[in-house]
Design a protein around this ligand. Structure first.
Ligand code: SAH
Ligand code: SF4
Ligand code: F3S
Length: 461
């Protein structure tokens, strides 16, 4: 489905005449960040200009519901806006994203925050302009539940916020139903974009000077599994990576998240042979205990996970790993948790995103009994964090004395003379450089490590 929308131009005249502005508040994952860029694109096509959240006419919340605490954040911010909505003219409040696919959230908005103008789900960008038209021109609110459709919306205007790095969604939705996770319920079933649509987008980005591409999906390596057309059947994620590799101008390819259960040898081979795929793999572990992994419905064991890591390390010893870990899943025992620590020790992660299990209504794990005390869960999180931070300097030190290709991203925030960039391993490096180096890839030799970043010097002549 192509995004053509007559309402864009219908509303533009009014928006420009009244000088309307917008601000977007994004919660959640990179998929949501990418969707927000599209909402910016749509709003700017309608004539809206970006502004501060305190003064903007239209405030759009792109929500996440993967853990419970985000709900309070949203309601707090909505409550804060009530007085503006009463006092000022031309203030519009829009809630989109994952939370809006939950009926209890809609009910709460209707009852406690009736001043919200529009609530839209996760796959409804093409009806957004019409809803907005109705809200602004006809003073008509729209707070209703919309089932996640199966259509992919192509050619949605998108406003990138970076000049050299861009994210591109390749697959929407998720079929995995990990027992703790709400995402499959709010994002619907897996829908892969066609290789042609993806390649076209990346070609365009390359022409505009983008160097680094982040391919996005809840499970990027199940890309293509849903293709039904004969011409696309059998088209896999590694194949897509090989096509993208051929695009001139794109120098770094990243992706997230792959699922360990679908991490094929062909994918490992593709990474090994690629000159562009980043030497950093985000491989969500969730738990190191095979028993808990089974309860989580992750479909791999501790051994299988470690085997993939070993194969990748063998393919290229420079590959670094990052991961997501949940502690305190229902009835995770001390022994189970120690298995997680064991995997952390064995892999040596450069980045660990760690979360305390949060019960999500509607998921299978929500019905499991849970005897572990909340204090114990916090304690495990702390212990995991300490282990990770203890190991990090050692991993960093291994990089000292070696040189790495770094995409120079811009000036360092804290020091005017220094610039920052990331290595292929996604390590932040600061170094002296010139303004002209921004957007270029330079060889940087690492000189020292500072836990969260490295210092180095450019060694190109
Ligand atoms: N599709 C991705 C993850 C998307 S959600 C994947 O499978 O890796 C991002 C992370 O949030 C997950 O990896 C998981 O670690 C965490 N998460 C998901 N549901 C959670 C829950 N109910 N409680 C705590 N953390 C959760
Ligand atoms: Fe959630 Fe699992 Fe799907 Fe990731 S793969 S989005 S954790 S159900
Ligand atoms: Fe959150 Fe939705 Fe992403 S629930 S993690 S924003 S897919």
């Amino acid at each position: 489905m192509r995004f053509v929308n007559s309402y864009l131009s219908k509303i533009k005249e009014y928006v420009i005449k009244n000088n309307l502005t917008y601000s977007i508040d994004t919660m959640g994952c990179q998929m949501n960040e990418n969707d927000s860029l599209k909402y910016s694109g749509i709003l700017e096509s309608m004539g809206f200009k970006e502004a501060d959240s305190k003064t903007a006419n239209l405030i759009l919340f792109n929500t996440c519901c993967v853990r419970e605490n985000a709900e309070n954040t949203l309601f707090g911010r909505l409550g804060f806006l009530k007085s503006r909505k009463i006092k000022e003219k031309n203030v519009y409040i829009v809630v989109v994203g994952c939370m809006s696919q939950q009926k209890h959230i809609l009910d709460k908005i209707k009852v406690s925050y009736p001043f919200v103008d529009i609530v839209l789900g996760t796959n409804a960008m093409s009806i957004f302009p019409e809803k907005l038209y109705n809200a602004i021109i006809n003073n008509k609110k729209s707070i209703e539940y919309i089932e996640v459709g199966n259509e992919i919306e192509e050619e949605v205007p998108i406003k990138y916020d970076d000049k050299f790095k861009a994210s591109v969604s390749i697959i929407y939705g998720c079929n995995n139903f990990c027992s703790y996770c709400i995402v499959p319920y709010v994002r619907g079933r897996e829908r892969s974009r066609t290789p042609q649509d993806i390649i076209n987008d990346i070609n365009e980005l390359a022409k505009k000077g983008y160097k680094e591409i982040m391919l996005l999906g809840q499970n990027v390596n199940s890309y293509g599994n849903d293709f039904k057309e004969d011409s696309l059947k059998g088209y896999t994620f590694p194949k897509l990576l090989k096509e993208i590799e051929k695009i001139n101008g794109i120098e770094i390819i990243r992706f997230m998240s792959p699922h360990p259960k679908d991490f094929s040898d062909e994918l490992i081979e593709t990474i090994k042979n690629s000159k562009k795929i980043a030497r950093q793999i985000h491989l969500p572990l969730q738990s190191g205990s095979s028993k808990i992994l089974k309860e989580m419905n992750r479909k791999y064991t501790k051994e299988k996970y470690l085997e993939i890591v070993e194969k990748l390390k063998k393919a290229d010893k420079n590959i670094s790993f990052s991961t997501d870990i949940i502690v305190g899943f229902p009835n995770e025992t001390e022994q189970d948790f120690k298995e997680t620590l064991d995997v952390v020790k064995k892999v040596g992660f450069d980045q660990v995103y760690m979360f305390i299990y949060s019960k999500r209504v509607g998921t299978r794990a929500a019905n499991m009994t849970d005897e572990t005390k909340p204090e114990e869960k916090v304690n495990r999180l702390e212990r995991l964090k300490s282990l990770y931070e203890e190991m990090l300097p050692e991993l960093n030190k291994k990089m000292i004395g070696k040189s790495y290709k770094v995409l120079v991203e811009g000036k360092s925030k804290n020091n005017d003379k220094l610039f920052t960039g990331r290595t292929s391993q996604n390590k932040v490096v600061v170094f002296e450089a010139n303004k002209q180096d921004i957007g270029k890839i330079k060889n940087v030799e690492i000189e020292s490590e500072h836990l969260w970043y490295l210092k180095g010097k450019i060694v190109d002549d």
